[in-house]
Each structure stands twice: as structure tokens, then as C-alpha cells.
Design a protein around this ligand. Sequence first.
Ligand code: SF4
Length: 397
Amino acid sequence: MPVTLDPARLADPALRPIADKVLATRRLDADDARALYATHDLLGLGMLADFANDRKNGDRVFFSANQHINPTNVCILRNTCVFCSFARMPKEEGNYTRSLEEVFAEAEAARNSPTREFHIVGGLHPKLRLSYYTDMIRGLKERHPHVHIKALTAVEIAHLARIEKCTIREVLVAMKEAGLTSLPGGGAEVFSTAVRATIAERKLTGEEWLAVHREAHQLGIPTNCTMLYGHVETADDRIEHLAALRGLQDETGGFLTYIPLAYHPDNNELGEDLGRVGSATTAYEDLKNIAIGRLFLDNIPHVKTHWPMVTPFLSQVALSFGCDDVEGTVVFERIYHDAGAKTDLGMHYLDLVNLIRGARKRPVERNSLYEVVRDSFDDLAAGVELAGAGAPSVHAA
Ligand code: SF4
């Protein structure tokens, strides 16, 4: 049954003209987004976003059987990305860098499992060359040909171009030739220059981040996009950020999904400075950002909830606040757990299916390109062996 929307039922009158626009499929502007951020009618906001999502995706909720791999936590920006809990300097305690053989050994968890995607991100290592990553992608494709590879944020791509003294395009072409499927959306944080000066002084600028994604889209490499919220940014900073993502999507159509990422304040300098250690974003704030993302980014097909950050419980609620996509099985999450996330390191395939079904939505397993891998799960029961689940009958979503 399609979700319906009755503007008269919205408690906050400021939401009613926005509801009229949503009903008429008219684009929201910055003032609308300001009203959405200002409203205390969280359920009304959720109704709008649920309607907008249902019109795009129906009751389908996508998930992937994926495995996160983080080849190194060594990062030359460790001392200037003050919100990051993951990075280490080359000789700092806790630093690690995997050899290719170690990466391949970790990826063996994908054998005889439903895994369809490797999600590979890490630090900006001063010595790892482009060939390390292209050999990694090639080696993973040889060993797991049916697994898509979503690898390296725009920040890592730009870093490799600097190390190799070549263009962004050359790095992307080399990675695509090695077997890359898509790019993840990390490193965007919030594009505002003032915010970046506070939280990530030496990181790629917003324009540079967008330029890497533009280049990828032009090469036929789809990407994801993100926004890190809940630190020092204002509502206007968020709106400018979303407007920049929407602008690039108008130009290229290359973004697959938008993922709002909640800032976690543990074990990083920013959390200490803000006096926020142990106090992550609230569920109210998380749901608001998800819903506003769905409403404002009218041209991005999917909005994903990242359960390792906001908990599986809130992710389930988010499926009625505009999300049609849930982070996958993950297997071993490091980055947000270093920042204090208390969730499990991974989620069992069947638990994901049940999380979606529990929200009265229809689970659809997808690959990195949002092609349907599996959309019938009736034969699955608790404890069932999932080896080879969803064996390769991939069709377009
Ligand atoms: S956020 Fe990324 S670029 Fe910044 S220190 Fe952490 S790993 Fe390095």
C-alpha cells in the first residue's frame, strides 16, 4: 500500500507548504531546508520523508552482503583531522599496515559466504603507492570474481595522485582497469571552509572532493556521498553541503546513495575540546538528518542508514524516515568503533533481513550498483547456512 501524505495532518504549519511542494514533486530550496531543520515536529518531518522515499523506492529496502577492509590506519593527516579516532602516525602505537597477502587473507572471509562487495578505505599512508592498491584490487578480483570492489575515498584518490605526481583521472583509470566498481562517499565531512578549518584543516577542500567525484562519474565510475554531522557545523552549513551534492548530481547523475554520518566524539581531539566524550548524536538529530537528506536530495536514488553508527534499532526506525538502504553485513567495522561506537562489528545476513522485515518493509539484497541479487528470503531460517546465498542471478533494480 503506497504511503499517503495529508498536509493538514502536520502539526507544524511551517511544514504544510513544504508538503505541498513534495506532493507536487517540486524541488525544495534552502529556506525549505531551514524550516525542516527548525521544526520540532519530528514525526511530521518523518511523514514527508517517508512519502518521498516511498514514491521513489516503494516498500523495498536495499542491503548488501559486504565486507569492510581497512588496509592501513597510518595517515599523514592524523594530527589535523581532529574528529578522527582511526588514524595513527607511522610510528605511533597502534599503527598498522597490511601486506597484500594479509589483505587477501582477511578477504578469505568472503569465500563460501554471501559477500558481494568489498568496501575498502584507510589512511593516507606516506609510502603506499598506487600499485599497492591496483595490485590489491586485481588480486581480490582474481580470488573473488563475483565480489564488487568499492574502494578509496576521494581524499585517498587525491593523495595517490599527489604521491604519483599524476592526475586524479589517471589514478581513477588505473583503478578502474584493475577492477574497481565504485567509490565510497567518505571524506566529504561538511564542505564549509570554516568548518573544515576547525575539524580537518589540511584535508581536500569541498570543491576538490566534488572534483574527484565529478571525474569518477565522467569515467563511468558511480560513487556514494556523505555528510558528517553533529560536530561544529550549523544548519546552514549542512544545507550548503546538501546543495553542493545535489548540484553535482544534476550535472552527472553519478551518485548512487547518500549516507548521513553521525559524528562520534570518543578517542579524538575534537570530542575532548567540545567536552562531548561519551556523548554521541541523539536519535532525534539522526532521524532529522536522514529525513532532510531524503527530502532535499530529490535526485539521488537512495538514502542509506549506517547502523554501526546509529545502532540497528535506530536504523530500523529510519526506514520510516526516508531511508531505503541499510549498511550491510560489514563483517569487521573498525573506524567508528575506534570512535566509541558500541554496536557489533558486523551483522549476520539473516539479522539484516529480519531488521528490514520487522519495519514492515521488503528486503532486497543488492550489489554495489544496486542491481538486485536476491529478493526472496522465504527459504532462509535462523542458523541456515548461507554459503552461496544469492548465487549470481543479478538483475537491474
Ligand atoms: S579522517 Fe581520513 S584523512 Fe583524516 S586523519 Fe582520519 S583517516 Fe586520515
